[in-house]
Design a protein around this ligand. Structure first.
Ligand code: NDP
Ligand code: MG
Length: 398
């Protein structure tokens, strides 16, 4: 079972315009870029719902600009501020996690862009799939936490999933028109992050400000730290497994410091197809919004002659042990990846707060993984419980 169809020809002819989009995580890096694409193409897209976590002032500013039908803030304590600002404009408002889940199911939503960060993406994505909405999936943690569960849910729904993550968008583009039987391997590129050339000793003393300096991509804080530990690449291997339906041992990560080749597919005849572009999320976001249809001018053109060399190297798992957690999570199965995700969220927040060192992120995850009860076939209630317990345990050992 796999989530992304290889042959997208039928889908390409079915794109409804203008398409009504719900952007959850609207105030973030992916969310704001998504809204920029939407507002540049009113003939194609309309933002009917926008939602955020806590930054109510940013959400209000976006609502004033994009005029959605509904704006939702997850933090209920910010609701009165949102209401006071948007009621005079005739924009509906709501607050809380349930409101977020209800918002993505509305009749005036065709596609949901899941641009929230971390575990918070799971519940609204499930609600959207149950309501038959298409998903432009940025929130990879949804598939990390509950890949099997989401896959089964999708099999019973008319929802389709379009990857936003640049590596998965690249693979999706490389697979277009191909027979999956001819696929040998998915090769996911990684920049190597800010610590690629640091020694293990230097990394032990790395500060949050060092880890937040991503060499190529401008992203939210959590994914930037995940890139520095290479946890992001582990998550992307798991994400690829569920999106494209290949075994974990058919998916590998390769370090490509220039971030120009966004990922590759190797075929049984020896051919390798790659998708190249500048490190800019506009293209993959636009490709997902368009259901695999290209949007001219989505990002600045890449002048390939500007690059004297594109280099590739094997990742150093001694220095970046978080990368091994992908295979470990897939080997253990069940609720293991949910535990890893929860412990990682707590550890990353603690590192950003200066409470633990950079290398403690991995040890926090491993200790939590070993301590949590294993559940072989988790349902939604098990994910909620596992997430809560793993977060509590990880917090207790920090
Ligand atoms: P940001 O931190 O920039 O933005 C996160 C967004 O999620 C904000 O709008 C935030 O709202 C919102 N949010 C946080 N908590 C909640 C909650 N409980 N309920 C509802 N909304 C919430 O993250 P990014 O845009 O960088 O990343 C978003 C997702 O996309 C992640 O899963 C990431 O892995 C993935 N991704 C990101 C890429 C990038 O280039 N940034 C590339 C590929 C994937 P607020 O700020 O108001 O609290
Ligand atoms: Mg990525």
């Amino acid at each position: 079972m796999f989530l992304v169809n290889f042959v997208v020809e039928i889908q390409k002819t079915m794109v409804k315009t203008p398409k009504n989009i719900a952007v959850i995580g609207a105030t973030g890096s992916i969310g704001t870029q998504t809204l920029e694409i939407i507002s540049s193409h009113p003939e194609l897209y309309r933002a009917t719902v926008i939602a955020a976590g806590r930054r109510v002032d940013d959400l209000i500013a976006l609502a004033r600009k994009h005029r959605p039908a509904l704006a939702v803030i997850a933090d209920v304590n910010k609701y009165s501020v949102l209401l006071d600002a948007l009621e005079p404009l005739g924009i509906e408002t709501a607050a809380g996690e349930q409101a977020l889940c209800d918002a993505v199911c509305r009749d005036d939503v065709d596609m949901v862009v899941t641009a929230t960060v971390g575990y918070s993406g799971l519940a609204p994505t499930i609600a959207a799939i149950k309501a038959g909405k298409d998903i432009a999936l940025a929130n990879k943690e949804t598939l990390v936490v509950a890949g099997q569960y989401i896959t089964e849910l999708l099999a019973k729904s008319k929802s389709r999933v379009f990857p936003v993550d640049s590596e998965h968008s690249a693979i999706y583009q490389c697979l277009d028109g191909e027979d999956r039987a001819n696929v040998k391997k998915l090769i996911i590129t990684a920049s190597g992050g800010p610590f690629r050339k640091w020694t293990a000793e230097q990394m032990a003393n790395a500060k949050a400000s060092d880890a937040l300096k991503h060499p190529n991509w401008s992203m939210g804080a959590k994914i930037t730290i995940d890139s520095a530990t290479m946890m992001n690449k582990a998550f992307e291997i798991i994400e690829a497994k569920w999106l494209f339906g290949f075994d974990g041992d058919q998916i590998e990560a390769v370090v490509h410091p220039q971030s120009i080749v966004h990922s590759m597919v190797e075929f049984t005849d020896g051919a390798i197809k790659a998708q190249l572009g500048l490190p800019d999320m506009k293209l993959p976001i636009a490709y997902a919004l368009g259901e695999g249809k290209r949007l001219p001018g989505a990002e600045k053109p890449l002048r390939i002659s500007d690059y004297a060399a594109l280099t590739f190297e094997r990742p150093d798992i001694e220095k970046f042990p978080c990368l091994t957690l992908a295979q470990e999570a897939m080997r253990r199965g069940g609720n293991s990846a949910c535990v890893i995700n929860a412990a990682n969220e707590i550890a990353v927040a603690a590192f950003l707060d200066g409470k633990i060192g950079f290398n403690d992120i991995y040890s926090t995850i491993i200790r939590t993984l070993d301590a949590m009860p294993y559940i072989e076939t988790p349902g939604y209630a098990d994910f909620v419980a596992t997430n809560n317990e793993a977060r509590m345990f990880a917090t207790s050992i920090i």
